[in-house]
Design a protein around this ligand. Sequence first.
Ligand code: FPP
Length: 245
Amino acid sequence: MSFFHRKKTEVDFDHLPKHIGIIMDGNGRWAKRRGLPRSAGHARGAEKFKEITTFCGDIGISYVTVYAFSTENWNRPKAEVDALMRLLDEYLERAYDELRGKDVKVRVIGERHMLSDSLLQKIEALEKHTAHKKELTLNLAVSYGGRQEIVNAAKTLAEKAKNGEINPEDITEDTMSSLMYTAGQPDPDLIIRPSGEKRSSNFMVWQSAYSEYWFSNVMWPAFTKNDLLEAIHEYQKRQRRFGAL
Ligand code: FPP
């Protein structure tokens, strides 16, 4: 039996994580090791994003959030930022064909006002086009920062309190969750970070309070379906107690 099939038999497909977060890291290093420009790593990473998220849908994962571009990534050289925005643009253009017949809802989460008008229009059009889809919700975190997301929620609440629309004592964790970009979605059960780095880098700061992390040394462009199954299998072996005994 191949390694892939062995992993497939080990995974309990009746108890999959509902929501998987992926920090798609290591594109630059993957490219550099091959003597390629960093943009080639991102292009390969974007292909990998399609392959792995499609696979997530195929095996029955309901929510996937990928970290495609952080608020900090704006500080990278313009050429690299432009290359990443182009990849996003290409994805949005092709998504109509590639997602045809698939039950996939696409959402883009992050600081939208930082994006170009043309990108924004394409994002809004694709979100509208897929809004009624149900099986897999795919959140693309673009110009996303987890702390920024919490700051935005705090501002909204402060504004409401100032206007007498809300009593500060009534603010609960649910109130906060309802103000996150992921309102109405379950928190990520499993967060995957390849490339050997072991930190969350401002990804889903509020939502990841009880997430299980899975780290691997493989660079994102080299990540395989098998790696995903391995992460799920490892997750299923862990006991999640949410702080209780
Ligand atoms: C981190 O690797 C990765 C990014 C900053 C970008 C991730 C984006 C993609 C995979 C493409 C997204 C496209 C779509 C359509 C969603 P890094 O560049 O920091 O790698 P390094 O740590 O090896 O330098």
